[in-house]
Design a protein around this ligand. Structure first.
Ligand code: NAP
Length: 248
């Protein structure tokens, strides 16, 4: 039986690239999206074409009941979870902090922070040897924004991702003796649809000159780091935050 991986927000961008690369490296893959099930089904088909089992589920990671149902479905359909990638995340339109609404901050933290907390909790309840699990690996998607602050664009997003860095460190140390490793990847500017979703479709081209490597990264380049952290090849790595940002 192949190890089972859940990738949140796996319908496109970095999550889809992780799902495909993980499948190529021997994982059976469950993935969820919040809205676009056609994209999720297409990625699941790619996973199956690689000879692995796949499951596509609709679930909003910021909804506790939906997350519990998602994990229960993975348990029932694919079996014990060994990997989790907390990838689902959103940005918002570019604004200064003195323009931002409470509703914006609540959405930003509900999806990017609480979504990761909820999925991590459910994964630990299954993976930790304290709970009778067989261990596993959790990888969180942070962002270079956590150390850059994103002034004038989305300081709230940057702060939410900084919370992910600290959460990664704390959980990693908390469960280090329970067979579970927890790490984060901090991508820089990656060419995905997230920028258009924040009203800046040209952001990748505009920002590329600020990157020491003078280009945006690809979702596949981020996936390489994520899948390494999932794998036993990173067996002594926990509580780490790995920058994949072209030197930025
Ligand atoms: P993306 O292309 O916008 O894809 C986001 C995925 O997450 C989609 O499948 C989307 O589903 C899903 N999603 C959104 N909200 C969700 C929710 N509430 N519950 C469940 N799924 C949800 O994003 P990306 O660029 O690949 O980014 C992936 C992660 O990397 C995010 O955490 C992001 O913050 C981080 N990151 C990205 C960059 C970058 O430059 N791209 C840089 C640093 C960090 P639907 O299609 O159904 O909406």
């Amino acid at each position: 039986m192949n190890p089972v991986l859940l990738v949140t927000g796996g319908g496109r961008g970095i999550g889809a690239a992780v799902a495909r690369l993980a499948a190529a490296q021997g994982w059976d893959v469950a993935l969820n999206v919040v809205r676009d099930m056609a994209s999720a089904q297409a990625v699941a088909a790619d996973v199956r074409a690689l000879g692995r089992r796949a499951l596509a589920v609709q679930a909003d990671v910021s909804d506790e009941a939906a997350v519990q149902a998602l994990f229960a479905t993975v348990d029932a359909e694919l079996g014990p979870l060994r990997g989790l990638v907390n990838n689902a995340g959103v940005v918002d339109v570019a604004q200064r902090v003195d323009e931002m609404s409470l509703a914006r901050w609540q959405r930003m933290f509900a999806i990017n922070v609480q979504g990761t907390f909820l999925c991590t909790r459910e994964a630990l309840r299954r993976m930790s040897t304290q709970h009778g699990g067989a261990g596993g690996s959790i990888v969180n998607l942070s962002s270079a924004a956590a150390r850059l602050g994103s002034p004038g664009q989305y300081v709230d997003y940057a702060a939410a991702k900084a919370a992910i860095d600290t959460f990664t460190l704390g959980v990693a140390r908390e469960v280090a003796q329970e067979g579970v490793r927890v790490n984060a990847v901090r991508p820089g500017i990656i060419d995905t649809e997230i920028h258009a979703s924040g009203g800046q479709p040209d952001r990748v081209q505009r920002m590329a000159p600020q990157v020491p490597m003078q280009r945006a990264g690809t979702a596949e380049e981020v996936a390489q780091a994520v899948v390494w952290l999932l794998s036993d090849q990173s067996s002594y790595t926990t509580g780490s935050v790995l920058d994949v940002a072209g030197g930025r």
